[in-house]
Design a protein around this ligand. Structure first.
Ligand SMILES: Cc1cc2nc3c(=O)[nH]c(=O)nc-3n(C[C@H](O)[C@H](O)[C@H](O)COP(=O)(O)OP(=O)(O)OC[C@H]3O[C@@H](n4cnc5c(N)ncnc54)[C@H](O)[C@@H]3O)c2cc1C
Ligand SMILES: NC(=O)c1ccc[n+]([C@@H]2O[C@H](COP(=O)([O-])OP(=O)(O)OC[C@H]3O[C@@H](n4cnc5c(N)ncnc54)[C@H](OP(=O)(O)O)[C@@H]3O)[C@@H](O)[C@H]2O)c1
Length: 615
């Protein structure tokens, strides 16, 4: 068979794109005398590949912009430089300090609603949390310590720097990121863009008529005025989500009166199954602090309770039924003889349709004489207070809106690429009008872009910090592939994204989250599409993301001839070059797999020869 007919037999069924000139089938290869100088007769590809003059393991420099310096951005700042050789990292943060949620939320009562021991970096444990549900300021201080330890502000984080938009330049293979920093606008051209902008970072005030007429103190709880003193004031608190549940008991203690506006019913109690994690921490923490081994045991026992909650999300599941019974009892007990309140609060939907919160002190506060629980819908704000549709007007000195945030899970700023603008496309009214992500991480047609804690990011159980760490690790793997394998850009395919959407659409109807309640899981739309959570357990999402499925991406390459193997370079590795130059004599390790344990057969074969950093 001539070389022409052989190649045609192999490639004949593939129609190569017209602009891909690298594969050319020769008309006829005339037999030639073998030439040691230039073996023409062995060459079948024209024009020939011009070898890139570098060792194969020379990672290309990659400028990466992360947007946001909350927990996600901080973890990115610690992980990416360690996991991605030759990264040139910048983290843009619009605020004047790090911490995200824990920097901006300073309302009275702000604290985590999972034990702080399980709400910290898994690789930097503090056993010194002052209480089970640590206050916001203590959480922020913890992350400040990490930022200082890893020197992130000096090295990577640019404070007071807001990203206003990002545009992908296909010509340059770069994101052009527009940043307003300390009043100045500049453009940063980066290879890869990571958004870590949170989904509770954009507070939303309710849009009632008369809002601008109100003359008292009006604030969102996520935008609390530290100079506002609630003592002796008449205060309205709108919203009975997690923030409202935390604010009300604190204000009740000092205010003259609290009108608490709750337009829908909600579950309030210990999380699924009614387990009392505060009690668990109180009972075990002293012993845990006696040694690292005891602390590890404590953490594992605590976190097993968080990671094993998944069964509680299924419709008609035993755990759902048990949770309903347990939480109803807890609420009854806490409300005492106020059965009138129980009727107004107890929802028809199953617990876990929206995020459960322990709400310490909330139900007790509702029973206090100075609290009015208002279920009548608000009609309008007035100059002096709030008018409800039943014609009642309540005068107040302050209105605190715990009315949630933009929970569209779209991007925080316009992201333009290949004719798509992601922020608008993912918001209601856009096309498709919901965050249509690839595995909660990326979007088709949007090259070199990933998001941390984006849509469908984390399981309904587990811990947030573990989820962030595993997402950032996934992104590190993607960045390593790009910088080490000559990739100019990658993006998930439309087909892979559609298949993931199909999975979500079949999975979520099995769960109580798809019942008729509004929550940030469904963008505040009762019975709406679930985009706030991963369709599976915390262990499930970790399993799925353990290795990127490279076949789900489409690629372009940096090699000037478009050859995907340009990165093979000139046949050398860096170690080969050094060895050749005689550096090996100085202790260069050309055989990193030869270790003491390995010689004795004392290695974990599952990990053996798998490390990306010491092949
Ligand atoms: C009051 C409150 C309590 C919570 N309690 C818990 C809890 O107990 N347990 C739990 O698991 N979760 C809790 N959460 C959810 C919490 O948001 C996450 O746990 C976590 O803090 C999110 O971290 P993040 O870094 O992803 O986002 P964020 O903390 O929101 O940080 C995002 C950062 O991005 C920055 N940013 C946004 N847009 C731009 C831009 N255009 N340019 C530059 N910077 C930008 C923001 O300023 C912010 O600093 C709570 C949320 C709130 C609001
Ligand atoms: N550690 C904690 O305890 C803690 C504290 C705060 C926040 N968080 C996290 O942050 C998430 C968000 O909590 P969040 O409380 O800030 O927001 P949220 O859960 O979205 O709750 C917003 C509340 O405001 C109400 N609301 C919205 N618009 C309204 C309007 N126009 N009129 C009247 N009521 C209105 C909503 O009512 P509907 O239900 O009727 O829509 C809901 O009760 C939580 O789920 C949790 O994950 C945790």
């Amino acid at each position: 068979m001539s070389s022409k007919s052989r190649l045609q037999a192999i490639t004949g069924h593939i129609a190569p794109p017209e602009d891909t000139p690298t594969v050319v089938v020769e008309e006829e290869v005339p037999p030639k005398e073998p030439s040691p100088e230039f073996p023409q007769n062995l060459r079948t590809i024209f024009p020939p590949l011009e070898l890139e003059e570098h060792p194969v393991d020379e990672a290309r420099n990659l400028r990466v912009a992360v947007v946001g310096a909350g927990i996600s951005g901080i973890v990115a700042g610690i992980f990416l430089p360690a996991k991605v050789p030759n990264i040139d990292l910048v983290i843009y943060e619009r605020n004047d300090d790090i911490g995200g949620t824990w920097h901006t939320n300073i309302y009275p009562g702000v604290r985590c609603d999972v034990p702080a021991h399980a709400y910290q970096a898994t690789f930097e444990a503090s056993d010194q949390w002052s209480t089970a549900y640590a206050e916001g300021s203590e959480i922020k201080a913890y992350w400040k310590r990490l930022v200082a330890k890893y020197d992130l502000v000096n090295k990577f984080i640019r404070l007071n720097s807001r990203v206003d938009k990002a545009e992908w330049s296909e010509e340059r293979g770069k994101w052009l990121v527009t940043v307003t920093s300390n009043g100045k606008i500049f453009e940063d051209a980066v290879d890869f863009l990571v958004t870590a902008t949170g989904h509770f970072a954009d507070p939303r005030l309710p849009d009632y008529p008369g809002r601008d007429e109100y003359e008292g103190h009006l604030r969102h709880s996520s935008n609390w005025d530290p100079n506002f003193d609630p003592t002796g004031k008449r205060i309205a608190v709108i919203g009975n989500g997690a923030s409202g549940l935390q604010v009300v008991p604190q204000l009740q203690k000092v205010a003259a009166r609290v009108d608490h506006y709750a337009r829908n019913k909600t579950w309030v109690a210990a999380p699924i199954g009614g387990e009392n994690l505060a009690r668990f921490v109180a009972d075990h923490i002293d012993k845990a602090r006696t040694s690292p081994e005891e602390y590890l045991k404590f953490r594992k026992e605590l976190e097993v309770q968080l990671f094993s909650r998944f069964g509680g999300i299924f419709k008609d599941g035993e755990k759902s039924k048990d949770a309903k019974i347990a939480i109803t009892k807890l609420m009854k007990d806490r409300l005492g003889d106020r059965t009138d309140l129980l009727d107004s609060i107890l929802p028809d939907f199953t617990p876990n349709c929206r995020r459960l919160t322990p709400g310490p002190g909330y139900l007790e506060a509702l029973t206090a004489d100075n609290v009015d629980y208002v279920t009548a819908p608000i009609e309008r704000f007035t100059r002096t207070g709030i008018q409800t549709v039943d014609g009642k007007h309540r005068e107040v000195d302050a209105i605190i809106c715990s009315t949630g945030h933009d929970v569209s899970f779209s991007t925080a700023f316009p992201v333009h690429a290949n004719g798509t603008e992601l922020q608008a496309a993912w918001r209601p009214g856009g096309d498709p009008g919901f965050p249509d992500s690839y595995l909660g991480l990326a979007a088709p047609q949007v090259p070199n872009f990933m998001t941390v804690l984006g849509p469908n990011a984390t399981g309904p159980a587990g811990t947030l910090c573990h989820a962030v760490e595993s997402q950032v690790t996934y992104i590190a793997k993607v960045l390593r592939k790009i910088s080490s394998q000559g990739i100019r850009s990658l993006a998930p395919t439309v087909a892979a994204t559609r298949d993931f959407r199909a999975y979500c659409e079949s999975f979520f109807p099995r769960t109580v989250m798809s019942q008729y309640c509004s929550s940030w899981y469904n963008g505040g739309i009762k019975g709406g599409r679930i985009h706030g959570l991963w369709p599976g357990s915390a262990a499930h999402v970790t399993f799925v993301r353990r290795e990127p499925r490279w076949e789900d991406f489409e690629y372009t390459y940096v090699n000037s001839q478009g050859n995907r193997f340009g990165w093979l370079g000139n046949g050398w590795t860096t170690r080969d070059v050094k060895a050749n130059d005689g550096v090996a004599d100085g202790g260069l390790d050309l055989t990193p797999w030869l270790q003491k344990g390995a010689l004795n057969g004392d290695v974990d074969i599952r990990q053996y020869h798998e490390g990306w950093w010491n092949v």
